[in-house]
Design a protein around this ligand. Structure first.
Ligand code: HEM
Length: 406
């Protein structure tokens, strides 16, 4: 492991170019597990103050589990990642569940959870398994970019299957989704992210509107008709929910697949083991190892103390999943990639609180299906060059992964 640097800002994109900065995180966990980081740049919607970086597993869990003290409402993204965010922008983001607190969050989550029951997710298995086989089967070159050829497609298809988006509309929906998440990378899409968000929002609201007047036997109807305490999702709320799915379920799963493949091919013994035994534990090790979302934040609603550190009401508290997932207090040999690791209490899908990833089981299904399809149809796959990483302190992303397919 490299030597730790002095007092880094763990949201600085430049320190992630070679992957998660493990030495720096190890130093923080040991020396100052709740450390104040002055923020370089603020903006209209945020104060300039800085934030508390939380790097240990136990403390990330404590923050995630306590929505009363640690609110999601003042935006779960770090100011640095949205430097031009305005107060109006923050208010708009409060329309998505990720940025809600109880009781509003509890009600909305109870409604939308009906679309994510084990039964609902399992009903997608056959369609997604066929998709996974078709994606792998469509590769007709000897080499290529694993990210664009394989990892991108299934997460988009999964959300479209879940919502029952008809085939003829999927092209548009995929383009909007890709452009929205290509926030700092015009290479993925040339479209304006704001226009794409509006396109997707309009499309989703139209879907909800249609189902309210003409109910069908599908998930959109279930969601727009479901009632909790006499309240149901409005057409607008449904629109924002779909917007969030496109952001939350897309790039995350794509990166979990890319990290999984990169790790497997960098540890050929593990890839051999996977092909022979197909352990179900592999998927969670990919998510731990890659930690596709590096950080989310909360805002303290009252003065409090975390791991002995005083935190004042109104201060930001950032949870670094990419650090917690390598905490030696919890994981034996955290830097060994082990697809049979069990138990694996990683926090890649968030801590076990109110906001724990709604799509975790869908993501697990997708990752499992695509790796099984690759092992069945493309067992000789190998690395053809180094992975090119996304320049981001928020998303641990792989932009390109050159591979030989045969
Ligand atoms: C929340 C990670 C896939 C939908 C979260 C959170 C994390 C996360 C860390 C917690 C946010 C917080 O505590 O503030 C991931 C990773 C994925 C993945 C690493 C892939 C490997 C998906 C998929 C979907 C999805 C496939 C849906 C299609 C959501 C939603 C929330 C969420 C709706 C918000 C839940 C709430 O606020 O109650 N995800 N996610 N995610 N995720 Fe995922």
């Amino acid at each position: 492991m490299a030597e730790p640097r002095t007092r880094i800002d763990p949201t600085d994109p430049d320190i992630y170019l070679d992957g998660i900065p493990h030495a720096d995180f190890a130093e923080m966990r040991a020396a100052e597990p709740v450390r104040w980081i002055p923020q370089v740049r603020g903006s209209a919607g945020f104060d300039d103050e800085g934030y508390w970086a939380v790097t240990r597993h136990a403390d990330v869990m404590a923050v995630s589990r306590n929505s009363e003290t640690y609110s999601s409402r003042e935006n779960t993204a770090i100011a640095r990642f949205q430097p031009d965010m305005t107060r109006e922008g923050i208010e708009m983001q409060q329309a998505i569940m990720l940025n809600m607190d109880p009781p509003q969050h509890t009600k909305q989550r109870a409604i939308v959870s009906r679309g994510f029951t084990p039964r609902a997710i399992n009903s997608l298995r056959t369609a997604l398994s066929d998709r996974a086989a078709a994606i792998v089967g469509s590769i007709d070159t000897d080499s290529g970019d694993f990210v664009t050829d394989i990892a991108c497609e299934l997460p988009l298809q999964a959300i479209a299957e879940l919502l029952g988006v008809p085939q003829e509309d999927r092209g548009n929906v995929f383009e909007w989704s890709n452009s929205m998440i290509g926030y700092d990378d015009p290479e993925f899409s040339g479209a304006d992210p704001m226009e794409s968000a509006m396109g997707l929002l309009g499309y989703a609201m139209q879907m909800a509107d249609e189902r309210q007047t003409c109910p069908r036997d599908d998930i959109v109807t279930t969601l727009v008709k479901a009632e909790i305490d006499g309240e149901h999702l409005s057409v607008d709320e449904f629109g924002f929910f779909v917007l969030m799915l496109a952001v939350a379920g897309n790039e995350t799963t794509r990166n979990a697949i890319s990290h999984g493949m990169h790790a497997m091919l960098s540890h050929p013994g593990q890839w051999e083991l996977f092909k022979q035994t197909r352990p179900r534990t592999a998927v969670d090790e990919f998510v731990r190892w890659g930690s596709p979302i590096n950080v989310f934040q909360r805002t303290a609603t009252q003065d409090t103390v975390l791991a002995g550190q005083k935190i004042q009401a109104g201060q930001r508290v950032a949870m670094f999943y990419g650090s917690a997932n390598y905490d030696e207090e919890v994981f034996t040999n955290p830097h060994i990639f082990d697809i049979t690791r069990s138990p694996n209490p990683h926090l890649g899908f968030g801590g076990s609180g109110a906001h724990f990833c709604l799509g975790a089981n869908l993501a697990r299904l997708e990752i499992d299906l695509i790796f099984n399809a690759i092992a069945d149809h493309m067992p000789e796959i190998s690395l053809a060059g180094p992975a090119e990483r996304l320049r981001s302190g928020w998303i641990n992303g792989i932009k390109h992964l050159p591979v030989n397919y045969h």
